[in-house]
Design a protein around this ligand. Structure first.
Ligand code: ATP
Length: 291
């Protein structure tokens, strides 16, 4: 999935930077995303995630570096690429007084699509029964799903999603993650931003840790945990009336002996193993949390 043939990459970014006046929002980041891959940008507020996406979708021009989407160089508005990508950014892009179906028909017309299959789009995001209702009457989760349907209207080869499940209840969030996975399985490259490490962990084939416009790591969630995570086991035991608890790091030398000694001659009450989360690793690598 991480591939070496950059020519085949859906997204290929080399050393891009962007500043708002004196604020360096993005500082020389490079990465690529393959077709069918879900790539998660994980970072706190102000890390530079949105600025990066804006450069990739042509809303901002990088001050240095190069971007290729589907092999086509992108510097600002690039119509040839616009036709082939899908973008879900902010809810305010929906027309509240129109129905869900009317919104989709309108966005399809912007792409010059004469006969969009609105019904199957609505079915894909589980809105078929509410398609004729005004968006103003939709819940937040329904609007987010409509935003995804909107981004899919031109059957994009690359999908950009900014915080796709932000503020949603667990059921709506799960529904949106399932749609994203289906898109990737059908071969779409997906770049999503999130500050939710669980989301990044569950959904992304690879994640990039971004903080203050700089990448601190790019890897699979599993590799990040294996390389940088510290595992431990917490043992609660009782010796007569005396209960005690001991936390033993598993990555240290002699962990096995310490564990055996902790268990020896005592009644074992509970044993819990703990894996480092992506958030722990993010904090270790960047010196700050995700919130
Ligand atoms: P969030 O999760 O809050 O959306 P983000 O990771 O997307 O954060 P960006 O919006 O890319 O971060 O912001 C990166 C930096 O650029 C921040 O310091 C932010 O304050 C600054 N910034 C973003 N947009 C502007 C703007 N229009 N004018 C000036 N500074 C900006």
């Amino acid at each position: 999935m991480t591939g070496t043939n950059n020519g085949a990459m859906a997204i290929d970014v080399s050393a891009i930077s962007y500043s708002y006046g004196a604020i360096k929002a993005v500082d020389g980041i490079s990465f690529s995303v393959a077709r069918g891959e879900i790539f998660g940008f994980l970072g706190p507020n102000g890390a530079g995630k949105s600025t990066t996406i804006k450069m990739l979708i042509g809303h901002l021009v990088p001050e240095s570096g190069t971007i290729r989407i589907l092999g086509v160089p992108v510097r600002g508005h690039t119509p040839e690429v616009q036709q082939r990508i899908g973008v879900s950014f902010e809810e305010k892009n929906l027309y509240m007084q129109l129905s869900g179906a009317e919104n989709l028909r309108f966005f399809a017309s912007l792409f010059g699509i004469r006969r969009p299959d609105i019904r199957s789009l609505l079915e894909r995001v589980d809105l078929a029964t509410r398609g004729n209702d005004r968006v103003a009457t939709y819940s937040k989760g329904m609007r987010q799903r409509l935003m995804i349907a909107r981004a899919l209207v031109n059957e994009p080869e690359v999908l950009f999603l900014d915080e796709p499940t932000d503020g949603l209840d667990p059921v709506s969030a799960r529904a949106i993650r399932a749609i994203i996975r289906e898109c990737a399985e059908a071969g779409t490259a997906v770049l999503l931003t999130t500050h939710d490490m669980n989301e990044a962990d569950q959904l992304s084939h690879r994640v990039a840790f971004i903080n203050e416009g700089v990448f601190h790591a790019i890897d699979t969630p599993e590799n990040l945990k294996l390389k940088h995570g510290r595992r431990s086991v917490t043992v609660r035991t009782r010796n007569g009336e005396q209960a005690s608890e001991l936390r033993i790091p598993l990555d240290d030398d002699g962990a096995g002996e310490r564990l055996a000694a902790a268990l020896g001659g005592r009644d074992v009450l509970t044993i819990h193993t703990e894996e480092a989360t992506l958030e722990d690793i993010f904090v270790t690598m960047t010196g700050r949390g995700l919130e």
